[in-house]
Each structure stands twice: as C-alpha cells, then as structure tokens.
Design a protein around this ligand. Structure first.
Ligand SMILES: CC(C)(COP(=O)(O)OP(=O)(O)OC[C@H]1O[C@@H](n2cnc3c(N)ncnc32)[C@H](O)[C@@H]1OP(=O)(O)O)[C@@H](O)C(=O)NCCC(=O)NCCS
Length: 175
C-alpha cells in the first residue's frame, strides 16, 4: 500500500472536511493538525497551515512548523496527519515535542501511524534536526508503540497540569 506525505492544498478540501467530521463524530483526539477541530472551512485550515510554515506569518504563540497530510495513493484518501515543529517554544520543549500526529478512526490499526512517523523522519533531517522529541500520554499505548517502533528512547515523564495528564517523553536519534 503506497502512502504519501503531502502538503495540504485546496485539491484535498473535501477530504480534509471528511477527515475532520470523522474525528468529531468519533469524539477522538485530533493531534498534529493545529486547530482543525475549530476550523470548519478546510480552506481556512489550509491557509493556517501555510501561515505556520513561514517565519513571517507564523502566529506569535507558535513556532514555524510543517503540516503534512498522509494520503493513500490508490484512493487519494487522507488516512492521517502529522506536524513537524522546527524548533521549540517553552511548551514544546517540555510537553509537546517536535511532532504530533493522528490517524482517522476508520483507518486505525493498519500500521499507518508507524509508517507515517517513519516517513517524516527524512524531512526532519532535511530541516536540520539531529534528534526529535515525541511525547504521548502515558495511557496511549498505540502512540507509545508508534514512537518506540521508530527508535524512540524513553527519557522522562512529566505532569502536564493544564490537561491533568502524565506525558511520556521519547527521543528519536536522527544521526
Ligand atoms: C495513536 C494513533 C495515531 C495510532 O494510529 P494507528 O494507525 O492505529 O497505529 P498503528 O496501526 O501504526 O499501530 C501502532 C502500534 O500500536 C498498536 N495499537 C494500535 N492501536 C492500539 C490500541 N488501541 N491499543 C493498543 N495498541 C494499539 C498496534 O498494534 C501497533 O503495535 P505494534 O508496534 O506492536 O505492531 C491513533 O490511535 C490516533 O490517531 N489516536 C488519536 C490521536 C493520538 O493519540 N495521537 C498521538 C498523540 S501523541
């Protein structure tokens, strides 16, 4: 099964809307796709992704970051989304890490998250990252396995008071 990381464009507007709707229906956590939950119009979200990709337009509270959609080639369906933050702010350094991702509920347990994280590592190298921090809530078995299967080494667990959760922090060495 061929899957490709792509930059979100208007060509995928309907797919982005359907991806979002599926998460809302399922009540599932949407990680690594900015505020897709709050942005009903896919074009607003696409513009937001573009703004975040450039130093001149990134919102003050965030960092330059690259958003990918993960597209299955055979049916052009978005199965997942992944976001790479190029550097840290205080929140990312302690809690959020370099990468966030999610796979749509109907496409889970097919190995897509593992593959998607693996596929974005060359891009992380390309933008100069030597190692990346990926964190997950301690009860998120699927995410932990995704990280560990991509070479993640456990460093520490921190309590994120705002959400009342323990976050496990893992480093993936890119050298
Ligand atoms: C976490 C998430 C991305 C996993 O996506 P996925 O495509 O189902 O994951 P994969 O199929 O690649 O599976 C990865 C591993 O987790 C295991 N796994 C998948 N779902 C699982 C579950 N519900 N419980 C326990 N293990 C699970 C798989 O068996 C696999 O393990 P393996 O390495 O032993 O083979 C997906 O559940 C999701 O989007 N969740 C909501 C958002 C989220 O939590 N994002 C991560 C934030 S850190």
């Amino acid at each position: 099964m061929k899957l490709i990381l792509k930059t979100p464009t208007a060509q995928y507007s309907d797919e982005i809307a359907s991806f979002r709707e599926e998460f809302l229906q399922d009540g599932s956590s949407m990680d690594g796709c900015y505020n897709l939950r709050g942005l009903k119009n896919p074009n607003d979200w696409i513009k937001y992704c573009d703004d975040c990709s450039k130093m001149e337009t990134v919102p003050a509270h965030w960092v330059v970051s690259t958003q990918f959609i993960y597209v299955r080639e055979c049916d052009d369906r978005i199965v997942g989304m992944i976001q790479i933050r190029h550097y840290f702010n205080e929140f990312l350094e302690k809690y959020g890490g370099h990468i966030g991702y999610c796979v749509r509920p109907s496409e889970r347990k097919k190995g897509y998250a593992k593959q998607m994280l693996r596929d974005c590592l060359p891009y992380c190298r390309k933008i100069g990252l030597k190692k990346i921090l990926v964190s997950c809530i301690d009860s998120n078995e699927a995410s932990r396995k995704t990280i560990v299967s991509n070479g993640g080494t456990y460093e520490s667990t921190v309590f994120y008071a705002k959400a009342g959760v323990n976050l496990e922090r893992y480093w993936i060495d890119l050298i």
